[in-house]
Design a protein. Structure first.
Length: 327
């Protein structure tokens, strides 16, 4: 760790191994969804690319990939769906509930932008504001039932979060195929914005489960400097809850890592870094100048790469733009 608790490095990460996700089944399911198409992989400069999730199925973020697969695997006909969110996940669950004709309750913590709450309500969900942080919103959702669709896990609640993580496999499989189609080198660095760590868990699963000789890029996690629960946990060597503050990166404003994600983050992340709101805003302006719609969370990837370019290995640099500006 260095930089006043702004950075963490794990030199052994690329040797860590885990079981793969069911990528083929997940991709086949997503291809059958209305409105599915690959999101673009945009070349910035040379071997630097942005995976632009702002165009994912009209929802402005990647979250629908995980929520849709989890609900598909859950089966049955739930009477009501419940979730807590900092924005994008709740909107995805609300959309899926509307398509299924199922009412949805979404608990949102303070600090969520009014436009994000309005987008959730526009999908027909009931938005319930919680006077507390993300962890407090999750606690309220846990007590509401009956079918909780949450993208963070704790002991006793792991199946649905695990399916959500599996659903994100489509994003990384698309990246592999798009780099090859562009004639670019395989990924040498993938930069992942982190809230509770579920997307980062999916990245670790994808890039640390391949056969011998498969590309094993460096994985860099980025968090707001006011809500760096994963960096604090990596530094402490155990899951750690932090007090969060206000940040423009609302979707990353999480105080506790997912229990399911933690072993993957500890074993498979090469590095973690924090960025400020100002750094994320500057990155968003830079991306906008290149025609890429990036909200603060998505732009954090570019800010992190600017802050820690030494993490990159040989190969292409892939920055995950996880959201557009609406969220």
């Amino acid at each position: 760790m260095d930089g006043g608790q702004r950075r963490y490095r794990n030199p052994a990460a690329r040797a860590w191994h885990c079981d793969p996700a069911p990528v083929a089944r997940v991709r086949a399911f997503h291809r059958g969804l209305p409105g599915y198409r690959e999101t673009p992989l945009v070349r910035l400069d040379g071997g630097v690319f942005v995976k632009d999730e702002s165009r994912r199925m009209g929802l402005g973020a990647f979250k629908v990939l995980g929520a849709s697969w989890a609900l598909h695997r859950a089966g049955g006909a739930p009477q009501r769906l419940v979730t807590a969110t900092d924005g994008n996940h709740g909107r995805a669950v609300a959309r899926l509930g509307r398509l299924r004709g199922v009412p949805v309750e979404v608990y949102v913590p303070r600090g969520v932008h009014p436009a994000a709450a309005a987008a959730i309500a526009a999908e027909g969900a009931r938005v319930i504001r919680v006077d507390g942080d993300y962890d407090a919103a999750v606690a309220r959702a846990r007590s509401a039932g009956p079918l909780l669709v949450q993208d963070t896990a704790w002991p006793g609640y792991e199946e649905i979060p695990g399916r959500i993580v599996e659903g994100y496999a489509t994003l990384f499989a698309e990246i592999d195929a798009q780099l090859a189609a562009a004639g670019a080198a395989p990924a040498g660095l993938v930069v992942v914005p982190v809230g509770v760590g579920s997307l980062a868990q999916a990245a670790v699963t994808h890039y640390r489960s391949g056969p011998a000789g498969a590309p094993r890029p460096a994985l860099l996690a980025v968090e707001p400097d006011t809500a760096a629960c994963v960096l604090a946990s990596l530094t402490a060597g155990e899951p750690t809850t932090v007090r969060t503050g206000l940040t423009a990166m609302a979707g990353l404003n999480c105080g506790t890592p997912s229990a399911l994600a933690w072993p993957y983050l500890r074993g498979g992340l090469d590095a973690a870094v924090t960025v400020t709101d100002a750094e994320a805003a500057a990155a968003a302006r830079e991306l906008a100048g290149r025609g890429i719609d990036a909200g603060p969370c998505g732009a954090a990837s570019l800010a992190a790469w600017r802050a820690a370019p030494e993490v990159a290995g040989p190969g292409s640099v892939v920055l995950l733009n996880t959201e557009g500006t609406l969220a």
